[in-house]
Design a protein around this ligand. Structure first.
Ligand SMILES: NC(=O)C1=CN([C@@H]2O[C@H](COP(=O)(O)OP(=O)(O)OC[C@H]3O[C@@H](n4cnc5c(N)ncnc54)[C@H](O)[C@@H]3O)[C@@H](O)[C@H]2O)[C@H](O)CC1
Ligand SMILES: [K+]
Length: 505
């Protein structure tokens, strides 16, 4: 799914009105009607509704919702915020209709003292500002936002299109924003919904299709995308019937050090479960028995050094379709030196994670030696060590995209919505996964999966999108069976099979 900017959403709206064609009042009725349907479905008539309306089209949506709920016999108070702006045409149209039929249900609010007493079980609908917000909310309107947020623990707050105060494409940190339990958003996700700094504001997001022009949607280029199941179906490659293990590539995994062999084992197991043909693990001498016993399907090569690996560059030849490097590797000087040599002799896209990323952040010039098309998988701290801090999450996304272009790499920034930046600057968000995966070893599992997919001849972009999706999907299946608390990284691996089956069979 494409993620459009606020300006593009306005264009989509205008394009739809001109080409469907549909009048803008009818488009508003269609959009707000979807919200009303959702509210009617979710809340019984015992809930009194307080619908706060701004003067733009978001407020217009609120007026349509108020009218529809009244028609359905609900108790509604339309709280119209009179802050001096000129009302939009569609707002005026629906205001007149409400005024004619339900004048008694309208309350005009011109300062904070007009904030209504809310009875128990009231539902607050926020239709104050949507995608038209162009500066932070100030003055008594900010007071209204705070008053509404004070009700967060007592009343359900449903935001229409966007929580008021949030901008689709810019940071609103430390400005007044509605803290919604639900956000009913039209047609598309907004970038703001996917960034951690807004996690407490958007609540559960419901995307409601409102029939914006498919023509506009198909032909308008965007930087940000949300990965979805259809995308995965275009990526996934079923195995040919006459396949043998050579068909699926031989991967080299460079991982583990004294005390961190678990990371290597998890990565190896995940790589095998992702379908690699053959796997060789380069591990320090101390890890030899551990790996051989833990994962009999993997071959092992022990380094000359006991506690960490220092000679893996000698291994890295054309036999290997790809290399996954980093989980539990440690950052010993000898390890860093071997990594440096590896980068001069091995030129295929590889997967670089954890301590291998930490080595890159200590020796940043090595970043330029990383083969084009390789996949880096930093968590936010590792990302910051590599590329520096950002003032907010929007700037971090800019930096992520810019670095992927500059280095011609795929950079996967881990998070609730993992963001995957591509060498052409596009960024894909992955929505599978859950907080149960915020546990030691789950990154090692991802590295194994990505390595396994690259070895099977998935192009790097396909591998990183599919790998992130499957990793999260398997995590969701594990959480459904075991709970988010009790699941471990190993459970992600053991649910990978079910993830393949559910998604592709
Ligand atoms: N996406 C669609 O196709 C549809 C969207 N709909 C709804 O329309 C809004 C966007 O409406 P718009 O009138 O452009 O903007 P807003 O209602 O968000 O408000 C803009 C209004 O307020 C002024 N303003 C902006 N910032 C501030 C501020 N900080 N303080 C005071 N005033 C401010 C601005 O100048 C405008 O006058 C979208 O979100 C949907 O809810 C349609 O209903 C259907 C199609
Ligand atoms: K809103």
């Amino acid at each position: 799914m494409k993620i459009f900017t606020a300006a593009q959403i306005r264009e989509a709206d205008a394009f739809t009105i001109a080409h469907e064609p549909v009048s803008s009042t009818d488009l508003m009725a269609r959009a707000a009607g979807k919200c009303a349907d959702w509210l009617l479905d979710r809340f019984a008539p015992v809930h009194p509704f307080f619908i706060f309306c701004g003067k733009g089209n978001n407020g217009g949506d609120g007026l349509v919702i108020a009218h529809r709920l009244l028609e359905e016999g609900y108790q509604v108070t339309a709280c119209l915020l009179e802050y001096g702006n000129k009302a939009s045409e569609d707002y005026i149209y629906y205001y007149r209709r409400l005024q004619q039929q339900y004048a008694g249900r309208i309350r005009e609010i011109a300062d904070v003292t007009g904030f209504p007493e809310l009875p128990a079980s009231a539902v607050i609908v926020d239709a104050i500002f949507g995608t038209g917000l162009n500066k932070p909310i100030e003055g008594w309107l900010a007071g209204i936002i705070h008053k509404i947020n004070d009700q967060h623990g007592r009343h359900t707050i449903v935001a229409i299109d966007m929580p008021s105060g949030l901008m689709a494409d810019a940071s609103c940190r430390n400005t007044p924003v509605i803290q919604a339990h639900y956000t009913l958003s039209f047609e598309f996700h907004k970038l703001a919904f996917l960034l951690p700094e807004n996690a407490a504001l958007v609540g559960e997001v419901q995307i409601l299709p409102i029939g914006l022009s498919p023509d506009y949607i198909t032909h308008t280029p965007v930087r940000y995308h949300l990965a979805d199941k259809e995308m995965m179906h275009t990526i996934y490659m079923p195995r040919p019937a006459f396949a043998h293990k050579g068909t699926f590539g031989h991967a080299l995994l460079v991982a583990g050090s004294y005390g961190k062999m678990g990371a290597a084992v998890l990565s190896a197991k995940a790589c095998l479960r992702a379908g690699v043909g053959l796997l060789t693990c380069h591990i320090p001498r101390c890890g030899y028995d551990i790996m051989q016993i833990s994962e009999p399907a993997a071959m092992s090569v022990a380094d000359e050094v006991h506690e960490h690996s220092a000679h893996f560059h000698e291994q890295a030849d054309a036999r290997y379709k790809t290399i996954g490097i980093g989980p539990g590797l440690g950052t010993a000087t000898a390890t860093a030196r071997s990594f440096e040599k590896l980068l001069t002799c091995y030129k295929r896209p590889m997967v670089i994670d954890a301590d291998a990323l930490n080595i890159l952040s200590v020796y940043p010039s090595l970043l330029y030696q990383v083969p084009a098309g390789s996949i880096l998988t930093p968590h936010p701290k590792e990302f910051e060590r590599l590329f520096g801090p950002s003032a907010n999450d929007f700037e971090r996304m800019e930096l992520l995209s810019k670095q992927a272009v500059r280095l011609q790499l795929y950079i996967l920034l881990k998070g609730r919505y993992t963001a995957i930046a591509c060498p052409d600057g596009a960024v894909y968000f992955n929505a599978t996964g859950n907080p149960g995966m915020a546990t030691g070893g789950s990154g090692d599992v991802l590295t194994g999966i990505l390595t396994g997919l690259l070895a099977q001849d998935y192009a790097p972009k396909a591998a990183v999108l599919l790998g992130a999706w499957l990793h999260g999907y398997a995590g969701d299946l594990a959480a459904a069976k075991l709970s988010q608390e009790a699941m471990t990284a190993g459970d992600i691996i053991s649910h990978l099979g079910a993830a393949f089956l559910e998604c592709f069979y």
